[in-house]
Ligand binder design. Structure first.
Ligand code: NAP
Length: 499
């Protein structure tokens, strides 16, 4: 298979003729060769998107919505095929890959409905015979830069709201997941999106990123990825006063209080810490357990982690797939000696798995670290792998303090049967997403998604909030009095003034 760029409605190779390989992280098999773009390809994509913008922004929004509805139908039809390709491309187990595709379907249906909403306000004016209202206005060309861990869902979070509001798009997916990006563009093409509205540029972020971000034709950069890249993009875009939306890293925690249902908590921790091999921005990489139940919690968590079966995500027997790449595997594993040096103990896992068929892929054992103190690096830094750190605490107050002690603020959860504790936690957690008696993963698309503090720059994806990222507000006043009226200066003396 060979994967190409999609520019101005055509599938084309990059100008330089170079390629890179797309491989299965579970066994190293080649999936596809991928065209490797240069900055000249970025220029072509942005120019195509600029040309398409005038027509697209004037195309009625309900009709844009109909195209997205059709795209969602195609996604549904191709769901299983997309999920299988995703598992091969980035490793998550098939059930989770299906969930990723389903999230993209949900998002596309939801946003399609915005074709007939996009509400603005009509408000009373303070002067007679004057009309006051607001409406949304698209930005122009949106650069959508996405990570590999949700290779279908995350692009839809950006591309669908961008399109429904009348923007055109240049999509730069992660280099590890070009196939799912190609599939998404094929689906939009099949659904009838006009040429040039959606352009795809495959290639390395470090080669293309700065050029795309600073390109004068790009009005908004919507980025999801690491905090380092997000800070770099924000700096470049900020100097040019460009709009930029960043969804970045996390150091999410599950708090388990003494009054918790421990069975439920253990299920939530295992799912949140080791699902997608811990490579979710919302993964529970910390567990904060109150002293009364901490020993039981650790024993049972360690027992469950040891039983998880590593393997190819397409096999029914697999609980945990590979991590995405060798460099990611090395990075994850490098935290084990860091943890031990700081005084933590490996209670489960801790090793790279090389037995049998696993030797061909990038597998790390599900790992539980104990004796962890809140200020240790493993309790502060995002690891982005199947590693979770258990911290013991004396009270809910201390638990919340520990929860809030990292620079991130994406997702958190509390397990408690006490309604007062639940509400205090909901109020005081400095996170964009809070769960009660559920793990830290599994957000639904009809509510805002994103984080506080260093997890982002204040924007949110999904829900109604997504519309605010992809549009500017325009306030419109229509004075039909036939004379000069001065807001804040004219004194209106009588009600019921004649026209
Ligand atoms: P990353 O290395 O920052 O890459 C993300 C995207 O940015 C990729 O498409 C990458 O391209 C591109 N890129 C790299 N350098 C760039 C540059 N200088 N300018 C512009 N683009 C550039 O992140 P990742 O490793 O793919 O993803 C993992 C991170 O994403 C984790 O930190 C995770 O927490 C975060 N994440 C956050 C959320 C959220 O909603 N908060 C959701 C999912 C993931 P290449 O692939 O070609 O390098």
């Amino acid at each position: 298979m060979h994967l190409q760029n999609h520019i101005d409605g055509r599938w084309v190779d990059a100008t330089g003729g170079d390629t890179f390989d797309n491989t299965d992280p579970a066994n190293g098999e080649l999936i596809a060769t991928v065209t490797k773009s240069t900055t000249a390809d970025v220029d072509r994509a942005v120019e195509a998107a600029q040309r398409a913008y005038e027509g697209w922004r004037l195309f009625p929004a309900p009709k844009r919505g109909e195209i997205l509805y059709r795209a969602a139908e195609v996604m549904l039809r191709r769901k299983d095929e997309l999920a299988r390709e995703m598992t091969r491309e980035m490793g998550k187990v098939l059930a989770e890959a299906r969930g990723d595709v389903q999230e993209g379907i949900d998002m596309t249906y939801y946003i399609a409905g915005e074709g007939r909403r996009q509400f603005g306000d009509v408000v009373p004016a303070e002067l007679p015979n004057k009309w006051a209202m607001s409406m949304r206005h698209p930005h122009g060309v949106v650069a959508a830069i996405t990570p590999w861990n949700f290779p279908f869902a995350i692009p839809t979070w950006k591309i669908m709201p961008a399109l429904i509001l009348g923007n055109t798009v240049v999509f730069k997916p992660a280099s590890y997941t070009p196939l799912l990006a190609v599939r998404l563009v094929e689906i939009l093409e099949e659904a009838g999106l006009p040429k040039g509205v959606m352009n795809l540029v495959l290639g390395s972020g470090s080669d293309l990123g700065d050029h795309l971000v600073t390109h004068p034709g790009v009005a908004l950069i919507s980025f999801t990825g690491s905090s380092e890249t997000g800070a770099h993009i924000s700096e470049l875009a900020g100097r040019l006063l460009k709009r930029v939306s960043c969804e970045l890293g996390g150091k999410n925690a599950i708090v388990v209080l003494d009054d918790a249902n421990v069975d439920l908590a253990i299920d939530g921790i295992v799912w949140s810490a080791f699902g997608t091999s811990g490579q979710r921005c919302t993964a529970a990489s910390r567990v904060i357990g109150q002293r009364g139940i901490a020993n039981e919690l650790i024993d049972r968590l360690v027992g469950r982690a040891k039983k998880l079966r590593l393997g190819h995500g397409l096999e029914d027997t697999t609980d945990v797939g590979p991590v995405v790449s060798k460099s990611q595997l090395d990075r994850v594993h490098s935290y084990i000696p860091v943890a031990e040096k700081e005084g933590a103990t490996v209670a489960a896992g801790g090793r790279i798995s090389r037995e049998g068929a696993l030797a061909k892929g990038w597998f790390h054992e599900p790992t539980v670290l104990v004796d962890v103190k809140p200020n240790m690096r493993v309790a502060q830094e995002e690891i982005f792998g199947p590693v979770t750190a258990v911290i013991e605490t004396s009270s809910i107050d201390e638990a919340i303090k520990i929860l809030n002690s990292t620079k991130y603020g994406l997702s958190c959860s509390v397990y408690t049967q006490n309604v007062n504790n639940a509400f205090r936690f909901m109020r005081d957690a400095e996170c964009g997403i809070v769960y009660v008696n559920a793990g830290t993963i599994g957000a639904e698309i009809q509510l805002p998604f994103g984080g506080m503090k260093a997890t982002g720059n204040g924007h949110r994806e999904a829900g109604r909030a997504a519309l605010d990222v992809y549009s500017e507000w325009k306030s419109i006043y229509v004075d039909y009095s036939g004379r000069l009226q001065k807001a804040q200066i004219d004194v209106v003396e009588k009600t019921g003034m004649a026209p």
